[in-house]
Write a protein that binds this ligand. Sequence first.
Ligand code: CO
Length: 146
Amino acid sequence: MKINLFLSALFAVMVSVTSGAEIVITGNDTMQFDLKAFEVKAGEKVSLTLKNTGKLPKIAMGHNLVLLKKGVSAIAFGQKAMGAGANATNPLPDSVKEDVIASTKLLGPGESDTVSFTAPADPGNYEYVCTFPGHFAMMRGTMTVK
Ligand code: CO
């Protein structure tokens, strides 16, 4: 009986380590994320992949995905990044990273990048945005933590 309890406890630990959310989002040449909202559970591991499914060159139509801390709006952050010197090769200046939970690399056509992070413990809405110059008004979405 003791062994059974131990094994089920061990199994529970293994499940909690291996479970988590896997989110895949694409960005394309019309400046759209295909997924504008998704949900995760507070404190769970999240694996977030961005794929650039477009064909235009990275210098003209690169995409990244920047997940923002609670209360930071995608539009306001996009403007702040531009003000801090965001450009087509460095769309996420170091000086604005204090507002960021996680971010992918800047991706050219056919490229993808996966970032892993722990979902915030605080339930609510967290916005995400592409900070390639000119994209933040259209390429944005919301992660809801339940
Ligand atoms: Co973009």
